[in-house]
Design a protein around this ligand. Sequence first.
Ligand code: SF4
Length: 719
Amino acid sequence: MRYQELAVLAEFTYTIPALSRGYADQTLYVNVGHDQIVARPVSDDMKERFVGGRGFDLWLLWHAVNDATRWDSPENEIVISSGPCGGTSQYPGSGKSIAATISPLTDIVIDSNAGGHFGPYLKFAGWDAIELQGLAERDVIVTIDASAGRGGEGRVRIIEVPDDCPVDTHVLGHWINSTFAASESDRQLMAFVSTGSGSRATRMGCLNFSLYDRKRRDLRYKQAGRGGIGTVFRHKRIRAVIVHTTPFGADTNGPADPARIARTGADMRQEITRWDPVQNRMRSRGTSYLVQIMNDYDLLPVKNFQFGTHEDAPQISGDVWEQRFTQNMPDGCWYGCTLACAHAVDNYRVQTGPYAGGCVIVDGPEYETIAGVGSNCGIFDPAAILEINFYCDTYGIDTISFGTSMAFAMECFEAGVLTEDLTGGIDLSFGNADGALAVLHQMAEGVGFGLILGQGIRRMKQIFVERFDADPCFVDDIGMEAKGLEYSEYMTKESLAQQGGYGLTNKGPQHDEAWLIFMDQVNNQIPTFEDKAEALHYFPMWRTWFGLCGFCKLPWNDVVDPENALSVDPAKVPHHVENYIQIFSGVTGHEVTADDLIRMSERVYNLQRVFNLRLGKGQRDHDRVPYRSQGPVTPAEYLSRQDRYDRQLRDWLGLDPNTMTTEEKLAAHREHRTDQYERLIDAVYARRGWTSNGIPTPDTLRALDLADASILEVVQRYL
Ligand code: SF4
């Protein structure tokens, strides 16, 4: 079928603008419930205060919803934006898209970033962001056709999905290519967002962002995984959003000073080429290099975060994946990324489920997937990890939420909370990859125990207590979620700062806000509460800034010149911060300082906090974390690190462990560790300018130029 034969439900034409200093100066609003398409201007105020990316997402969402909006309300939106630097191809890692919505897992705003070509292409097509609102009555595809080029006529359409259109992403992609792309160059200039069948009956649906891999001449996908954005997408009955742009180059983003960007980018590319081969080897192993490091430092989640190391970890380490990944391919998720960590396994033969026997590309696995569906579930078989990775992606299921939820279910199974009677005959012992896959296929079909696991840990806990007679304290302690979002894959028991790095986030425990374990636990660089609070102010703001502009975090600190160690503040990587100042100024024409970058983020970060308050969350109670993230829950956990825990009882509390039972030791640790976390919350709130209940004060908001009446009114409800 060709696209000309498809039923068009709505059409909108526009003149494709040239980009100026990183912006198209308009956003695209599409209501799939009302078949409505509108262009909206971007004001200077919006650019100055919210920058782009996550900032634009939040600001547009803020105006789209009301206090009672929930994830499945028609007015909830999915907003996607790349930011002013998105689409820059001279500096590594400048092509991220950031998506946001009200999450079906957390009932607050979730933001999640992805590589792939969609965000930059959307901007090249003339749109700084897209808002997707409404609930369609039948499945639709949104197309944005800017193939006419600058000054030409662009066309946005809502198209009815025909019966032969597949749902799961890897087959949908081939259908889209054959339907909408007449030539190889069309395929290269097209990108789309989709999800899969797994997002229909679960709350952890992800979005897949496509990229056409020129070397492989095939499609690949990067995921905006967190918080169920794919579930919202599917609920809106959007099968795909496709953008088709024209050939682009270094100046398409309209930078103010292209030479400055080229100079800075050349330096950085040289640095990566020189140091990556002798540091993390991300160009050949991707983020899988982290497995061995985490295992060595007792930080790799094993069996639902009980343990931090396992003798079989080398079987899933970076060296193993280096052998599996196809080498000598420029595996960047956007053009010009020299770090090129986005590896894939080609010609993978699918073993199970509806696509068994098929030959596919598996994107990844990345560290989070290896640790989440691997070690955390007691699975150390690379083939099983690949199979789960492939199906999570094509079904549109977040590998982190799936892995952490499965690990929780497995521990419950081994503890007798779940039985085969309750799982429908599936053995969910740790290490049983067949059981995990059986549940994953059920999630896509919307049947059996897959329906329960797909609700995520917070709702599973409730089901287990109410229907399966589980001990509420036990499942609360071991269920690794906060705010309703499943933990990403790092052990935090010995890093109080990282407990805050997960707990004191706006969206839930995701490492893209703060990762302080080495500074805190390994290098002891932030020993006091004030030190930790300062780190929990600076680093979340700094990392937020990447999401405002369209940058990937990895080139910031995953490869550094060794001379960085001699700088005043090596954890911040000052030389790279300077690079970002140069790129931002070079694109937008605004001269900025390092402090300006933090202030941009602080404004957006506080807006997100107030957004949570508006939706009835965002107070101190919501920043608490499960005890498994703070300390040992079970005697087995205690005994696995008895020497360390006994020493801590002596050093921290002046107790004699030789006179105590294991239960007494567990209780002493719990009292101390939970108290420490409360003191950390106090210190962080004070540093962030929030009340002791976590409410941004009016003074804080005014100082951030965020004193809009609608924002202050929300805050006043809580003061
Ligand atoms: S470092 Fe990796 S994830 Fe980041 S932009 Fe480059 S290829 Fe993509």
